[in-house]
Write a protein that binds this ligand. Structure first.
Ligand SMILES: Cc1cc2nc3c(=O)[nH]c(=O)nc-3n(C[C@H](O)[C@H](O)[C@H](O)COP(=O)(O)OP(=O)(O)OC[C@H]3O[C@@H](n4cnc5c(N)ncnc54)[C@H](O)[C@@H]3O)c2cc1C
Length: 402
């Protein structure tokens, strides 16, 4: 196992760190208190600089201008830009577009790539991913009820979705819908590209999350598909391939999420330690950093973050060496380990900041609101623990495949 970072990648990471500190983190005031339109302008200006620096979306496929990064390097990149909620957008790797780019690249027809993938990679349009429904359990998507019925040369889609993140302002959605209700459970559904200006695509609201309705990319849409008609040529992959494609979208994507979360954890840790060193707490001028309880928190958190980081890098290394399938256990484990480590880091940093921690004068409360969901999306903690635990225990029953 070798996590040695190449010289080329070290230079890139140094450039990213410097750019994040100088150009991106200062925009957080605008994110927390400013006007969304002005923020969008500032983000666009920062994106233009990132493109000039040759660092735009390095995770993209090489033929679309990406850098062909290994999974380990891809993770290191996500960690560096994860230090600010604006980093992913500024560097062109934000969800849900990053996952949609992967599946369009792998399954899209030449026409679909020309129409949707190319402008998405260039940052000219945004997209969304529309699978979860309010009335069926997202943790078991074989239950989903949205249908896509063939009518002549078209599919006619009916159903209700929510948490179609970033639907507001997106050019298209990739929708998961049942195309063959009689097929075996994992062959019932397909993925279909639906332009958001198609008749019957109704974004009925941005769902308020932790007190914030949000807008544009930072929003979670409820969408009603009402006899929404799209050509059959908008099918992504084959009919019935929905679950296969969903799996492709989620596997390596988790490295991306987990390393982004480690970027959050690292910055929360830095903020905690800086605050502990500044805040005078004793009559004798002693500081929070002089208190043993804070020292223990720092030591425990540092050890947890390092452990989580090694676990993710190891999972990324297994993917690089042996493919995503071989890393199934590692991927399940990092999803729940890192989500909890990141949330603990944010919570502890808030505690050390006292009242300041719950204000919007720092970025911590933003993360507290927005990152709680990490334990729910892309497979809730319990789902990953169940599938990993089941595989582990089966091996002890003599079933080495798990
Ligand atoms: C911020 C955010 C962004 C999202 N973005 C998108 C998006 O862009 N597109 C999209 O399609 N969806 C998106 N989702 C939806 C997400 O994928 C689902 O919320 C997730 O799959 C869980 O489904 P559910 O909410 O229906 O919860 P349920 O399936 O109802 O599960 C509820 C809870 O039950 C427990 N549970 C579930 N299964 C088991 C089990 N087998 N054993 C024990 N306990 C279990 C877990 O604690 C789980 O949290 C997003 C969600 C959030 C919060």
């Amino acid at each position: 196992m070798d996590f040695q970072v190449s010289e080329e990648m070290s230079v890139r990471l140094a450039m990213i760190d410097e750019f994040m500190a100088r150009e991106v983190i200062p925009l957080e005031g605008e994110l927390l208190h400013g006007d969304p339109d002005e923020l969008a302008e500032a983000v666009a200006a920062a994106q233009a600089k990132v493109k000039q620096m040759g660092l735009w979306a390095p995770n993209h496929p090489v033929e679309f201008g990406g850098l062909g990064l290994s999974m380990v390097d891809h993770g290191l990149f996500a960690e560096a830009v994860g230090r600010s909620p604006l980093g992913m957008s500024v560097f062109g790797t934000q969800a849900p577009d990053a996952g949609n780019i992967e599946i369009l690249h792998k399954y899209g027809t030449p026409e679909q790539k020309d129409r949707w993938l190319r402008p998405l990679v260039d940052g000219e349009i945004r997209s969304c991913f529309s699978m979860t429904e309010p009335e069926t359990a997202g943790s078991n998507p074989v239950l989903l009820e949205t249908t896509a019925v063939v009518d002549g040369d078209d599919y006619v889609i009916n159903g209700q979705k929510w948490f179609t993140s970033s639907a507001d302002g997106a050019a298209f959605a990739i929708v998961m819908a049942v195309t063959d209700p009689d097929a075996p459970p994992h062959r019932r559904a397909s993925m279909i590209i639906v332009p958001t200006d198609a008749d019957g695509f109704n974004l009925v609201r941005n769902v308020s999350v932790m007190g914030h309705v949000g807008s544009g990319h930072a929003s979670h849409g409820e969408v009603i598909y009402q006899s929404c008609r799209v050509p059959r040529s908008n099918l992504l992959g084959g009919e019935g391939d929905g679950f296969v494609i969903a799996q492709d979208r989620l596997g390596p994507g988790r490295i991306h999420h987990c390393m982004r979360w480690l970027g959050i954890a690292a910055r929360a840790f830095d903020m905690m330690c800086e605050r502990a060193n500044q805040r005078v707490i004793g009559n004798d001028g002693s500081r929070l950093a002089d208190r043993q309880v804070i020292q223990h928190w720092a030591a425990e958190l540092d050890a947890e973050i390092r452990g989580a980081r090694l676990q993710v890098l190891h999972a990324a290394w297994v993917i690089d060496q042996h493919g995503a399938k071989a890393a199934r256990d590692e991927i399940s484990a990092i999803k729940f380990v890192v989500a909890n480590t990141m949330l603990k880091a944010v919570d502890t940093a808030i505690q050390v900041h006292g009242a300041l921690g719950v204000t919007d004068d720092t970025i911590l409360a933003y993360w507290y609101r927005h990152e709680r969901a990490a334990r729910i999306y892309d497979g809730a903690d319990e789902v990953h623990k169940t599938s990993l635990g089941r595989r582990l225990l089966r091996r002890y029953a003599g079933d080495q495949a798990g």
